[in-house]
Write a protein of this length. Sequence first.
Length: 627
Amino acid sequence: MNEEKRRRRPGARLSALWQARDDRDAAEIHYEGSAIRRILRYMKPHRATFCVCLLLVLLATGLEIWRPIIIGDAIDEFITGQTSQAVLSSGRTEWAAGEMADARFRGVLLASAKYLLALLGLFLCNRCQFLMMQRMGQDIIYDLRNEIFTHIESLTMRFFDTTPVGKLVTRVTNDVEAINEVFTDILIKLFRNSVKIVGLIIVMLSINTRLALYSFVLLPVVMALTVLFRLISRRTYRMVRTRLTAINTYLSEHLSGMKIIQVFGCEAQKLREFSEKNDSLYKAGFREMMVFALFRPGLYLLSVVALAIVMYFGGQTALTGAITIGTLFKFLQYIGSFFEPIQDLAEQFSTLQSAIASSEKIFTLLDTKPLIPRNEHPTVLPEIKGRIEFDHVWFSYTGDEKDWVLRDVSFVIEPGQSVAFVGATGAGKSSILNLIGRYYDVQKGAIRVDGVDIREMSREQLRGAIGQVQQDVFLFTGDISGNIRLLNGDITDAQVREAAREVNAARFIERLPHGYAERVTERGATYSAGQRQLLSFARTLAYAPKILILDEATSNIDTETEQWIKEAVHRLMQGRTAIMVAHRLSTIQDCDRIMVMHHGRLRESGTHQELLSQNGIYKRLYELQLE
C-alpha cells in the first residue's frame, strides 16, 4: 500500500516521466557513420607529431620488455653459479674464489648500469611522448571548439527556438573535453598496450614455448570478458552523457530565471525537480561505475590465476633443470606485465566509450544543416537604399500549411519611408520583421530589397544594412563602450559617443563613475529597463543602418525616457527606411504609413487620420487605448 502511495506522488510521477524521456533521448542518439573514423580525421594536420610519438612508444615498450631480461640474465649468470663454474673449469683453483667474486661483482654492476639506462630511456621517451601528445590534443580541441561555435553561429533561428541553450553549452564544454582524452591519452595508450601485448607474446614464446602456452591459457576468457564489457558499456556511457546534458539544460534555464522562481516562491518545487534530475544522473553514473567495477576485478582475478599456473608448472620445470631460475623470474614478471595492459585497456574502454558517446552528440550537431541555405554566388548590391517589397508572402514557422502566420501579404515600403505595423498579439507583426532580415525563409512568395530577392543576396550585406532594436534587450558582459560597438573595430570611440548622444543615452552614461568604461554584468542586470533600451538604440545607430527596425522598442520605457527616444528616432529616421511595431499607438501616429495586421493578413493601410476615418480595426484599437 505504501509503495502504491509513493508511486502516486507527483514527484514520483515526474521522476518517471523524466526517466522515460532521458531513456528515449539516449535511445534516439544514433550517429550515422563511424565516430572513431571521423575523430581521427582531426589528426591529419598532426600526422608527423603522432608518428614521432608512436616511435617513442615503440622504444619505450622495448625498454620495458628488456628490463626483466636484464635481471633474469643476471640471476642466471652471476647468482645461480654459471660464472663460477666457468672460472673453476679453467683449472686455476688458487685464484678461482677471488676471480669468481670479482666477476660476480662486475656482472652485477654491469646489469645495474643496463637497468638504470633502461629506466632513464623509458623516462625520457614517456616524458617527450606525453608533452607532444598533450600539445597535439590541445591544438585539436582548440580547433574543434572553434568549429562547433562557428557552426552554431551559422544555424538559423528555428534551431535555437527548439534547442535548449544548456544542451549547446554541454556540447562545447563537457563533450569536447571527453574527446580531448582520445587525443591526449587513449590513442597512444591503445597503441602502447597493443604493442606491449604482442611484444610480450613474441618474447615469451621465444624463451619457452610450453611455459608461454601455460601463461596464455586464460586468454580466451579475457577476450570474451572484454567483448562483453564493450557491448554493455556503450549504452551506459551514452546514458550518462544524455543525463548530464539534461541537468545542464535545466540549470541554464532555471539559473537565468531565478528571479521568477524567487518572486513566486517556487524554490522548494524547483529543488525537488533538480533533485529528481540529479538522482537520474547519479543512477546512470552508478550503473557506469558498477559495469567497470565488475570488469576490472575480473581481469585482476584472471591475472592472479594465470600467475599461479605459471608458478606451479614453471616451478616444477625449474626443479627438474629444464629451465633456469632466471627464466622463471622473467615469466613471473611478464605475467604481471601481460595482464597489466589488458587491465589498462579496460580503463581505456571506459573513457573511449564515453568519448564516442560525446563525439556522436557533437557530430550530430555539426551535421545539422541550416534551414536557410547560404547562396554560394550571391548578388551584391553597390549600395542598399532601403526599398522593401513583400510579394504575396505566405509564412509558417513549422512549415505546416495549417499554421500560417502570414497569409498572402503584399506591400511596398519606399526608401526613407517610416512604416508602422499594428495589430493584436499573434497577428504576424514581429514575423514580418524577422523575415526582412532573413532569419527565416518564406514558404510562398518573395521578399525583395531594392528589387532583389533576399534569397539571392548575401546575408552579411543584407543584415549589415539593417539595424534592429528589440523589446527584450540583451547586453553582454563587459563595459558600455564594448556593448555599443560589439567588438567592431571600425567604430571609433567618437562614433560611440555620438550614437549615445543621438539617442540621449549619454545623459545617464556620463553620470556613471567610469562613464563609457562602466562595467556591464550579465544581461545588464544592474541597469534599468530604460537604460538598457537606450544602450540598444545606441548600439543600433552606431552601425549607421539603412533600414531601421524597432520591435516594441518603447514598451518597457518610462514616459520621460520614451520622450527622449521619440526625439532621437525622429531625427535618425531622416534618410532611412524605418519600420516599427508598437502596441502603444501614440508612438506611431507620425509615421508615413500604418499597416494593420489581423490573423496574418494585411487588412488596412494608410496614415493615422486615414485609418481613423475608415472606421475599421485601427479605429477600434485606438478607441480601446483611449479608454
